[in-house]
Design a protein around this ligand. Structure first.
Ligand code: AMP
Ligand code: MG
Length: 495
């Protein structure tokens, strides 16, 4: 275990040179204080969680001073935002301090989000507000606990410094971690500027540091594209399985490592609605829940285009054919991951013909009845294969009880067809169907208290969401459907 002063940073991304980023010093917030520290994230960099008690942690990680070895930079990238190419974005309010290597030899980038202006801030202020910072902090750690690849969140700091959004809000800084924050847009920027040598440098960097096995492939760059396609397909399948909508799937928010990245106006669904749009600013529903799989492919197509010069620098047609073939792997990867995940959610040991029809039929009935997504799957774990005795929890979530009964009849038949053992199946289902997810209204309650200076609810929520599959004594209210006020909370891009 290390103290904050013993965290020695290295700078492999910064070493790529100033074509890829711009050096920039963090601008500290006035009088920052620690709101919460994720012990699970701290463990990833061997940081002693007792450091939360020491002012050195605040000084070193909120931008007042730099940790030893830090070489802070803001990364350059571009991206397709809501379908339109924006030639320059970049870290407008994130600053990469460097990387910590833990005892297992794993490297974690430390990034400050909300630490002031960078050359890429455009008309932004380089700040993040407490509200959005709490949302990203809690969701990063909750997603990880759900087994979904994501950037992590080490800690967050609040301040009384005023930040102007729709209202005046307290400023905050999030310390984010990931093996790499490189995005699809990090490639796009060099493709559109015709800097093919930089594409090459970036691809080699990713392969060397994050996909070393691909260096042995006959065509490492093609293998990299194929790998990102597979990881992205599997990531989005997991989002669909848990009822998560990202909200802003622009290509600058798509991770080259297949991580959930840039939590903004995301949402976990309460009542199941396939067309769920969590982002209030997304007027046309481009990033609606049920469009995420197709948008994933659209975004990968942008990435593949940006990588064309790497696939065959001489022959454009050959490069395009390779890209097409790689992209053709997306849908099968998605379908495999989604089907396997749904079978697990229903407690089916093996996938059989007709299983996807059973799933789609259930989802249709859930949508018509606006059934709570998380609670329904959890309640299905109580259903018995021999009769309706265990149905009640699930059945009661349907307005039209008969709609559930019809489906449950088919489900029981399917369970009996593989001689499903109820207790074993139920235990397995409880390991994949969470009891607790970060419902919007839960985050909202923690935010409102934190804005009053009471950070306790942030820590309590973090603790609950760190064990999402466990029934937790005295915590049933964290699994409750939203109260009336919490059903239609508008979350927008402004953060
Ligand atoms: P997003 O879609 O929220 O991830 O952000 C899109 C772009 O806007 C990125 O380049 C961000 O760095 C930048 N950005 C967002 N908010 C701010 C802000 N308050 N100040 C500066 N840049 C920002
Ligand atoms: Mg972003």
């Amino acid at each position: 275990m290390r103290t904050i002063d013993q965290l020695q940073l290295t700078n492999s991304f910064a070493a790529l040179g100033e074509a890829f980023h711009t050096p920039v010093r963090p601008t500290p917030l006035a009088d920052p204080r620690l709101v919460s520290l994720s012990h699970a994230a701290a463990a990833l960099i061997d940081l002693d969680p007792r450091e939360a008690e020491r002012p050195e942690l605040v000084r070193r990680l909120s931008g007042l001073e730099l940790p030893p070895g830090a070489r802070p930079v803001a990364a350059l990238y571009a991206g397709h935002q809501f379908g339109h190419y924006v030639p320059q974005l970049g870290d407008g309010r994130a600053i990469l301090l460097g990387e910590v290597t833990n005892e297992r030899g794993e490297r974690w980038e430390l990034q400050l989000k909300g630490a002031g202006l960078t050359p890429y801030s455009r008309d932004g202020d380089g700040r993040a507000v407490l509200r959005s910072t709490i949302r990203e902090y809690l969701c990063s750690e909750a997603m990880h606990a759900l087994g979904i690849p994501t950037t992590r969140a080490l800690c967050l700091f609040a301040s009384d410094e005023e930040v102007y959004r729709k209202r005046i809000e307290p400023g905050a800084i999030l310390v984010r971690m990931a093996p790499s924050h490189v995005r699809f847009g990090s490639f796009e920027v060099f493709f559109y500027r015709g800097h093919h040598d930089r594409l090459e440098t970036l691809a080699s960097y990713l392969i060397a540091h994050h996909f070393p096995a691909l260096a042995e492939a006959p065509e490492p760059h093609l293998a990299l594209l194929e790998e990102v396609i597979r990881l992205t397909a599997e990531l989005i399948a997991r989002w669909q399985l848990v009822g998560f909508a990202h909200g802003v799937m622009n290509t600058d928010n798509m991770s080259m490592l297949g991580l959930t990245l840039d939590y903004g106006p995301y949402g976990f669904m309460d009542a199941f609605d396939p067309g769920f749009v969590c982002n209030h600013s997304d007027r046309w529903g481009r990033y609606a829940f049920d469009r995420q799989p197709a948008i994933g492919l659209w975004n990968l197509t942008c990435l593949a285009q940006a990588m064309l010069p790497l696939l065959d620098p001489e022959n454009g047609e050959a490069a395009a054919e390779k890209a097409q073939a790689a992209l053709a792997g997306y849908q099968p990867s998605f379908d495999r991951a989604y089907a396997a995940g749904m079978c697990a959610k229903l407690g089916l040991r093996e996938e059989r013909a007709g299983d996807m029809d059973l799933v789609l039929d259930l989802l249709r009935r859930m949508a018509t009845n606006r059934v709570d997504y998380t609670n329904l799957f959890r309640a299905l774990g109580r259903v018995r294969s021999d009769g309706p005795e265990g149905d009640q929890a699930a059945r009661d979530l349907f307005i039209d009880r008969a709609a559930f009964d019809q489906w449950a009849g088919q489900y029981r038949q399917r369970l009996r067809a593989e001689q499903s053992k109820d207790p074993i199946r139920q235990r397995g289902m409880d390991r994949v169907n969470p009891r607790y997810v970060l419902r919007n209204y839960l985050a909202q309650q923690a935010i409102e208290r934190a804005e009053q200076g009471d950070y306790g609810e942030v820590d309590r929520l973090l603790a609950v969401l760190s064990r999402p599959f466990d029934e937790q004594e005295g915590r049933a209210h964290y699994a409750a459907e939203p109260p009336e006020w919490g059903r239609a909370l508008a979350v927008s891009c402004s953060s």
